[in-house]
Write a protein that binds this ligand. Structure first.
Ligand SMILES: Cc1cc2nc3c(=O)[nH]c(=O)nc-3n(C[C@H](O)[C@H](O)[C@H](O)COP(=O)(O)OP(=O)(O)OC[C@H]3O[C@@H](n4cnc5c(N)ncnc54)[C@H](O)[C@@H]3O)c2cc1C
Ligand code: SF4
Length: 252
């Protein structure tokens, strides 16, 4: 008991130091535990799962974020928690990024524009891919009866969300193009060569199950490249979208 109290005091000390040095309020991805509705049972699985030091710790038997700015957003704690007490978010109330207004079906407050993945505030490879698929299903359900357009769907960004979205669009018979300012793979493409990419098995449309868990970026990039090439999906790399305009019921 006494040992537990001493540990909690040490953790609070670390938290205070992180606050003093401005490392407590992250602008990018970090674990989030809603203390008001917290279902944390104090198993500590998240603390053990985190390969980085001193991001999460237990205070009085509840998981607590002590230095969120050290998070690199791979979501190991999120996956490890047996009771889903943790989510992975961008920014905070005090030091946040403005998140777009997105409905549960991924359509934004601008009809016909959908947001999936990290831009919507909930990152990680598997989540982003799944959201990309869901967003396209909504777009498919909402598609106009008849329209003379060059493509049914212009996808901005060839990250996990955009790639899964493009494959789902193909699956549903929609003509899609991906516009990517960088390279296929999005943020994953930019990972260091030796980085261990931690993810969960997921289903990729037209490809099937991707059973990778702890892997390298090249394994994922190879799967995505194969699927995109095999299904003749157009990816325009090094194409930045600067603005979107609406004219005659379509977007340009
Ligand atoms: C260092 C680091 C390590 C991580 N490790 C892991 C991990 O191990 N496991 C895990 O699950 N997640 C990890 N993540 C998080 C994961 O990479 C992201 O959550 C995921 O890539 C989000 O996918 P996305 O498709 O939503 O966005 P992104 O992968 O960010 O793709 C968005 C793409 O859109 C493009 N784009 C943006 N604006 C424009 C524009 N105007 N015109 C054209 N293109 C545009 C960008 O160039 C980018 O390629 C990590 C993140 C970082 C930074
Ligand atoms: S794994 Fe989940 S339940 Fe266990 S300490 Fe972490 S947040 Fe709490």
């Amino acid at each position: 008991m006494r040992k537990g109290k001493r540990k909690s005091a040490e953790v609070r000390d670390k938290m205070n130091k992180a606050k003093e040095s401005g490392r407590f309020e992250p602008v990018s991805l970090h674990p989030y535990i809603d203390l008001n509705r917290c279902s944390c049972i104090g198993s500590g699985a998240c603390v053990r799962a985190y390969p980085e030091q001193d991001i999460l710790w237990l205070i009085n038997g509840k998981a607590t974020v002590i230095n969120a700015t050290a998070c690199i957003g791979h979501g190991t704690c999120f996956h490890a928690c047996p009771v889903e007490a943790i989510s992975v978010r961008i920014g905070t109330e005090k030091r946040g990024v403005d998140l777009p207004h997105v409905k549960p079906d991924y359509e934004t407050n601008v009809p016909g524009i959908y947001i999936a993945g990290e831009l919507g505030g909930m990152g990680l490879i598997k989540n982003s891919a799944e959201q990309g698929i869901q967003a396209v299903r909504t777009a498919h359900n909402n598609r106009p009866e008849q329209s003379e357009v060059e493509v049914d769907l212009a996808i901005v960004g060839a990250g996990p969300a955009g790639i899964a979205a493009a494959l789902e669009a193909k699956c549903l018979g929609m003509k899609a193009v991906i516009l990517e300012q960088g390279s296929l793979g999005g943020t994953v493409f930019t990972f260091p060569q030796q980085k261990v990419v931690m993810t969960r098995p997921m289903d990729l449309p037209l490809y099937g199950p991707v059973k990778l868990v702890n892997t390298g970026k090249h394994e994922l990039l190879d799967i995505w490249t194969d699927a995109i090439e095999k299904h003749n999906i157009e990816v325009r790399e090094r194409h930045k979208v600067d603005a979107i305009h609406r004219a005659a019921g379509a977007y340009t």
